[in-house]
Design a protein around this ligand. Structure first.
Ligand code: 5GP
Ligand code: ZN
Length: 114
């Protein structure tokens, strides 16, 4: 989608620090990390938010969670624990309207969030 920051990052038009990529998903480092590990996992298909997940695109979301499990195991933070966060809409603090899953690890994470 034109004028979408994360679509531009996926296409390489905006630089990013890539962590993982396949046909369906792109994972990169957050520009303002909130934890020692802070990645963003995004589908290569533009889905604006969790509100837009439906039977036509939910396979992207399922695949993102498979990739998150693989990264957590490969990088070793899976055994200590980590958090996956999706902010949906204004009140939740979503600022980029291309669905993304924050992967946070490397420190104790407080709960409840926000
Ligand atoms: P949200 O607030 O929408 O849940 O999360 C958006 C995230 O995108 C924020 O954590 C923010 O730091 C990150 N972000 C915003 N612009 C860029 C950018 O240009 N590059 C990268 N790597 N991350 C970005
Ligand atoms: Zn997009």
């Amino acid at each position: 989608m034109e004028d979408c920051l994360f679509c531009k990052i996926i296409k390489g038009e905006v630089p990013s620090n890539k962590v993982y990529e396949d046909d369906l998903v792109y994972v990169f480092k957050d520009i303002a990390p909130a934890a020692p590990v802070h990645y963003l996992a995004v589908p290569k298909k533009h889905i604006s938010s969790a509100l837009e997940i439906d039977s036509h695109n939910s396979s992207y979301i399922a695949h993102i969670y498979e990739v998150i499990a693989k990264i957590a195991k490969d990088e070793g933070f899976g055994k200590d624990g980590f958090r996956v966060v999706n902010n949906c809409g204004e009140l939740a603090g979503q600022t980029v309207f291309h669905i993304h899953f924050h992967i946070l690890a490397g420190r104790e994470l407080e709960w409840p969030a926000g």
